[in-house]
Design a protein around this ligand. Structure first.
Ligand code: SF4
Length: 301
């Protein structure tokens, strides 16, 4: 377990700028949470500003407390509040007010709810599409304990991209993720979304938690075998001393290699890979740049 100083390539300047402040204010006005802020994501300035395309922001639905406790995650566990029935509409209003063309919706896990929040999630997608059907909606969903009828609720709301993070290789699911999560369960969620055929499917892995290269390669093959279109790789960063330790800081060249393997050898539609890449990093721009402009490309059902 090497726990050295953070290398140069992980140093980021804090987000700033007019657009950044504007978005922050709108979020406060509508009492909304974003993963960007909850996770103190270093890429906020980039994503919210949108370098040369639609800015991206990731809204966190169903509160900021999770029913699970993954060892890599900075979100608080337990003490979940009841759902805010106005949240779907508030999110849709904020999205159009900010002028986002690409929005990512994610959530904490709500194993405490009868439908684990699937209905609330689906309603938020519909509220956004009702206001402007041209807005691209990516959803980063929980595993809903692999319950097909709950995943179906999301599929039927017709988002453009359905993402679910496998997070790491099979061998390291525990202790990286909560024991209620699992490799096969996550693959089954992605398979169901891919087989539905309408939305692009996407997943993300953190590197630097002790994985071997052959395990990463096998995971990519498993993801392609269930029809996943898009994969991202980012460096795991320890949120606090009580969280999982960083096993190693993976060199940017290794990230570049995985990007090449993903796109040139395993035919993923695109791969975003880099130490600071997060699952929805500049998701809008990259999606538009590499898929929508090539309108011949469809989800690989
Ligand atoms: S399920 Fe795990 S990763 Fe997701 S918010 Fe809860 S603790 Fe974090």
């Amino acid at each position: 377990m090497s726990h050295t100083r953070k290398p140069e390539w992980l140093k980021m300047r804090p987000p700033s700028g007019e657009r950044f402040t504007e978005i922050k204010q709108t979020l406060r006005d509508h009492d909304l949470h974003t993963v960007c802020e909850e996770a103190s994501c270093p890429n906020m300035g980039d994503c919210w500003g949108g370098r040369n395309g639609p800015g991206t922001a990731t809204f966190m639905l169903m509160g900021d407390r999770c029913s699970r406790g993954c060892n890599f995650c900075d979100v608080e566990t337990g003490g979940m509040e009841s759902l805010d029935p106005n949240e779907p509409e508030n999110v849709a209003r904020a999205v159009t007010e900010i002028g986002l063309e690409y929005v990512v919706l994610t959530s904490v896990d709500r194993d405490d709810l009868a439908d684990q929040g699937a209905g609330h999630f689906a309603e938020t997608i519909r509220e956004i599409k009702k206001r402007d059907s041209d807005i691209l909606v990516e959803v980063l969903i929980p595993d809903f304990q692999g319950e097909e009828h709950l995943v179906r609720k999301i599929i039927d709301a017709e988002p453009d991209v359905i993402a679910h993070n496998v997070e790491t290789v099979d061998r390291l699911q525990w202790p990286v993720r909560d024991r209620r999560a699992g490799y096969e369960q996550s693959l089954s969620v992605l398979r169901q979304a891919a087989e539905a055929g309408d939305a692009f499917t996407k997943t993300s892995l953190m590197l630097g938690v002790g994985e071997y290269h052959h395990e990463v390669y096998q995971t990519m093959r498993d993801l392609r075998s269930v029809g996943v279109d898009i994969v991202t790789f980012g460096q795991y960063l320890q949120p606090s001393r009580t969280h999982l330790e960083v096993f190693d800081y993976v060199h940017p060249d290794v990230f570049d290699t995985w990007e090449r393997v993903a796109e040139e050898e395993l035919d993923f539609l695109y791969c975003a890979s880099g130490p600071m890449v997060r699952s929805s990093y500049r998701a809008g721009e990259l999606f538009v740049e590499s898929i929508l402009r090539e309108d011949s490309i469809t989800p690989s059902a």
